[in-house]
Design a binder for this molecule. Structure first.
Ligand code: 4H4
Length: 257
């Protein structure tokens, strides 16, 4: 099933790299993901085709106007109907949104998709948000100039989970967060690396042993140790979901956790 994203933006050109580079290009060409860009200004009226205006009550910056957004969304809904697509939920990107997680990305990758609203300026008129936005999503506790980069990040994270997009279908199963934990360290050639100061650095011997069960155990323990050190909240969350084995808990207890 293809995931569809209808993107409302003032800068559709920012999405060109998605369609011409890397794994997302392959996904776009194979229609594993269908990204449709909607230029908000095409739905603004008047001589100046305004999409923003000053905030009521005064204050700095500009606010995105309701009516162009309503017309753009209506055009998207009409296109979804005419192409047989379902009515997709509207996601808006904002620092005030719920932080995006891999679990949400995984859910979206198995859904028909979403309308992605890329805000600019100080934000969007609250009356549009109240009437039409189903979900506010944050990429982090900082303020960007627009929602396009968050939209690209979400599309990328969803696209790479689509079947056939990554060369090795199993690779995303090892991703950080895919099992609720951070990823283990990775090593490749050369087996012994000589640093500029002449020091030689090798590879953990277990990875060269050919013992797949021992390698799997070592990788799991690395995940647990790294996650416990950097994101103990993820350990607690995995524990509360019952996703830590007795072996995992034994290893963590030996770490004093
Ligand atoms: C929205 C800026 C709301 C400020 C925006 C506000 C993010 C983010 C983001 C363009 C838009 C900015 N989107 N995660 N971080 N008035 N988007 O910064 O709430 O401060 O997703 S406001």
């Amino acid at each position: 099933m293809s995931v569809r994203f209808d993107v409302i933006t003032l800068f559709p050109e920012l999405f060109a790299p998605f369609q011409t580079v890397g794994v997302t290009r392959r996904a776009f060409e194979s229609k594993a993901v269908d990204v449709r860009l909607w230029q908000l200004r095409d739905h603004a009226e008047g001589v100046y085709r305004r999409v923003d205006d000053r905030p009521f009550g005064g204050g700095p910056g500009m606010v995105m106007l309701v009516e162009p957004l309503v017309r753009a969304l209506a055009a998207i809904r009409a296109d979804q109907v005419s192409t047989g697509a379902p009515k997709l939920p509207v996601i808006m990107f904002s620092p005030a949104g719920k932080p995006l997680t891999q679990a949400r990305v995984q859910a979206l990758s198995q859904s028909p998709g979403a309308v992605l609203l890329c805000g600019r300026y100080e934000g969007v008129d609250q009356r549009f948000i109240d009437a039409h936005v189903d979900e506010e999503v944050s990429m982090g506790d900082y303020v960007l100039s627009g929602g396009e980069l968050p939209a690209l990040a979400l599309i990328d994270a969803v696209t790479r989970l689509q079947p056939g997009v990554l060369h090795d279908a199993a690779s995303h199963e090892q991703d950080s967060f895919s099992d609720g934990l951070l990823d283990c360290p990775h090593y490749s050639r050369p087996e012994v690396l000589t640093l500029p100061d002449g020091e030689s650095v090798g590879v953990p011997p277990v990875l060269m042993s050919g013992h797949h069960a021992q390698i799997a155990r070592w990788r799991r323990e690395q995940q647990l140790a790294i996650t416990a050190r950097r994101r103990p909240d993820l350990i607690e969350a995995a524990r509360s979901r019952g996703e830590l084995s007795k072996q995992d808990e034994h290893f963590l207890s030996n770490l004093g956790l």
